[in-house]
Write a protein that binds this ligand. Structure first.
Ligand SMILES: [Mn+2]
Length: 338
């Protein structure tokens, strides 16, 4: 058994007929693909799965077959839910502010996640697997299915592979383990067309011309701090409205930021008109401060990839200074240890 929680999850699922699979307000390749894998697994078990996300699925994830079954609505009656790829209540704001919260909270809630640095703070979670060794929630789903002898049809296997390729950045990220490769090998051996997935994953990161030109503006605007170790850019509301539906501005620029000599940390703010500010943090090897930095601002994530959201109406400039000062301080600690 990979997980001590497996048997309890088995019982909860066995007792349920309709199951809602919930993604947080920041759906990504892992959350969507692992949801779709669970959907297939539940189908095979004779259950009635329903896919929920409080926000629209962004265009760049629409190569994942079945994305259009994800709905902002929940069925009026269901027996249990499974929250994927988050343990943080702050990322479930849409659900929390909706009528659905009480529906979900009154039924068993299974949380499947892999974000090591945060303890689950979802008050209505019944049972939580937060697997620190898994590179993606898809890996957790695979191990759980193995524990419980749940059937993975080819579509489910394909979705598990997609989720792993997405969160491991094509099996290259620091969190990618021997186990990840073993699982991918098993999936490929049993029929998953990896080159086709890779093609789709790459197609996903392609940009339309206006986005390409916008990227130049973001590069132009990028500031370096702490002797060039921290790269920072901010995206105002108007640009979010214009470009977000086409491409997420943070990943559009962060990979390039991390390719600049000496840069260890890439921070992108999104500043919304209603006062909300989100921060996306990505780090290079040797600058693994993302989780600690995000946690300070009420968020969380991995040592190399994390995020936060501030809604207390703080000015963006003030938040920026605080974030850069703390990042500089945390980098100082990392460098002293090395
Ligand atoms: Mn994930």
């Amino acid at each position: 058994m990979s997980y001590k929680e497996s048997d309890q999850i088995k019982n909860l699922v066995e007792d349920a007929s309709k199951v809602v699979i919930i993604q947080a307000d920041n759906p990504d390749g892992d959350s969507l693909a692992s949801s779709l894998a669970l959907e297939q697994i539940l189908h095979e078990l004779g259950k009635e799965p329903h896919l929920y996300c409080g926000v629209d699925i962004p265009d760049y994830l629409k190569h994942l077959r079945g994305w259009d079954r994800v709905s902002k609505d929940m069925p009026s009656q269901f027996d249990a839910s499974i929250i994927v790829d988050t343990s943080a209540i702050i990322l479930l704001e849409k659900l929390d502010q909706s009528q659905y919260r009480s529906w979900v909270a009154s039924k068993p809630v299974i949380v499947l996640d892999h974000h090591s640095d945060v303890a689950c703070d979802i008050p209505y979670a019944t049972i939580v697997i937060n697997d620190h060794d898994a590179v993606a929630t898809g890996e957790v789903v695979y191990k759980l299915a193995n524990d419980l002898s749940w059937t993975l049809n080819l579509q489910a296997k394909t979705h598990v592979a997609s989720s792993i390729l997405s969160d491991s950045l094509g099996l290259t990220s620091d969190g990618t383990t021997a186990q990840t490769y073993r699982i991918m090998a098993d999936l490929i051996e049993s029929g998953v067309d990896r080159p086709a997935l890779e093609e789709a994953r790459r197609a996903m990161t392609k940009m339309v011309e206006p986005v390409f030109r916008y990227k130049a503006r973001l590069i132009e605007r990028t500031e370096l701090f702490a002797e060039g170790k921290i790269a920072f850019a901010s995206v105002p509301h108007e640009e979010l409205i214009e470009y977000s539906p086409m491409y997420n501005p943070a990943p559009l620029i962060q990979t390039d930021m991390l390719q600049v000599q000496d840069v260890l940390v890439a921070i992108v703010f999104k500043v919304y008109k209603d006062g909300k500010i989100t921060g996306s943090i990505r780090c290079n090897s040797g600058g693994n401060i993302a989780a600690e930095l995000a946690t300070h601002f009420g968020g969380g994530g991995h040592p190399y990839a994390a995020g936060f959201k501030v809604t207390d109406g703080r000015a963006a400039d003030q938040l920026k200074s605080e974030c850069i000062n703390l990042a500089t301080e945390l980098l100082g600690k990392v460098n002293n240890i090395q």
